[in-house]
Design a protein around this ligand. Structure first.
Ligand code: SF4
Ligand code: SF4
Ligand code: FES
Length: 373
């Protein structure tokens, strides 16, 4: 363990801890932009500057390992002035065209801009340097005018998703993030997971399907039903509809990360084609046999003329028909002629009951589940 003092308060942390994390342990907030606890330290933006006794100049606390006996100061007039100048410098190359999905309310960057008394409108660049929405990715909105080159998207794609899509190209004032060898994101093997969006502190990367959707009325924490991992996220609800999904660092299984289905695959909930009532083939309601329909009419014409089409019915009717047909098939062809496929969208208890139904009622081990990704 290493012992140091931050703002006159002693603290003990494991060797290798960065000064920023040691300060957090004491409840001290140091402004940051390029730092994120999930990602390797980068030390690029310099907003987290602190004063260290005996050191020449200020040092970036997010990339500064603690040392025994270190004395750190996180607040002073000089530090305030330095941090404000850094933000002024970043705003000099920042241009907000007014497009945003409203997901985070105020971005982390804008929070610090206002905190240090800067006016985001008058201090930003007078004109854009890049086209807005510059990548055809179906879910990630790219606006490099808002990029402050914090490198979080690059590290998130590498370290969280393992895809290495983003990189830094060009030099000096022309530096920019680029997908692959200056191509588009999908060509650079993007999996549209949205991790780079979740970690971007400025809105330079944003959720394309949610652009213009505004702020949610409420957030509902829920567990994803697509597979068996059990990721948690927040459904952003506005006017009783889901307008976006946001991940949260305190989700126990997945933290800030999600796959493309969890983050962007929510449109089925309100889809016009979604089945809301049970449906059965009309011939079953008529009490006729399938073979009879095929024999008298044949092929696809049966749809219109023979009762092959689907009709809505009530649950009692649908379940009675299903039970009757399963019983008939079991009697005529044996229990192993039946297979049961359950769903990750069911609860554990419902899936347990389906297993009982298959094995003990029907008498088959032909049961499987779509949660085995
Ligand atoms: S969406 Fe995911 S895979 Fe694509 S660039 Fe962003 S982090 Fe990488
Ligand atoms: S796009 Fe966002 S996360 Fe990536 S470097 Fe720019 S500001 Fe940082
Ligand atoms: S947060 Fe430490 S240098 Fe950016």
């Amino acid at each position: 363990m290493i012992h140091l003092t931050i703002n006159d308060t002693p603290v003990e942390v494991p060797e290798g801890t960065m000064v920023l994390r040691a300060a957090e342990k004491l409840g001290i907030t140091i402004p940051t932009l390029c730092d994120h606890p999930d990602l390797t330290p980068y030390g690029g933006c310099r907003l987290c500057l602190v004063e260290v006794k005996g050191a020449r100049g200020m040092m970036a606390s997010c990339a500064l390992p603690v040392t025994e006996g270190m004395t750190v100061n996180t607040e002073s007039e000089a530090l305030f002035k330095a941090r404000r100048e850094i933000l002024e410098f970043l705003l000099f190359a920042y241009y907000d065209s007014g497009y945003q999905d409203g997901q985070k309310g105020e971005t982390q960057f804008m929070h610090w801009v206002r905190h240090f008394g800067l006016d985001p409108v008058t201090s930003q660049s007078p004109s854009p340097r890049y086209p807005v929405n510059s990548d055809p990715n179906p879910v990630v909105w790219v606006d490099l005018n808002k990029c402050i080159l914090c490198n979080r998207c690059i590290r998130a794609c590498e370290e969280v998703q393992g895809r290495f899509v983003w990189g830094l190209t060009k030099r000096g004032f022309d530096s920019q993030i680029s997908a692959g060898a200056n191509t588009d994101m999908l060509s650079a093997r993007c999996e549209t997971c949205g991790a780079c969006v979740a970690y971007c502190p400025t809105g330079a990367l944003d959720n394309k399907p949610s652009m213009g959707a505004g702020k949610p009325d409420t957030l509902v924490r829920t567990t994803c039903a697509y597979c068996g991992v059990g990721c948690q996220f927040d459904l952003n609800i506005k006017d009783d509809r889901i307008i976006r999904v946001t991940s949260s660092p305190d989700a126990p299984v997945n933290g800030n990360h999600l796959c493309v289905k969890g983050r962007y695959g929510y449109d089925y909930v309100d889809h016009a084609d979604r089945l809301l009532k049970p449906r059965v083939r009309r011939y079953l309601l008529d009490g006729r046999a399938k073979d009879e329909i095929r024999a008298t009419i044949g092929g696809h014409q049966a749809d219109q003329r023979g009762g092959w089409d689907w009709v809505e019915t009530d649950w009692d009717t649908a379940l009675s028909l299903t039970a009757r047909r399963l019983d008939e098939i079991r009697s005529s062809s044996g229990p192993d002629s039946i297979g049961v496929l359950t769903s990750a969208k069911c609860t554990n208890e419902e899936n347990f009951l389906m297993s009982k139904l298959a094995r003990q009622v029907i008498g088959t081990n032909n049961i499987d589940h779509c949660a085995r990704l």
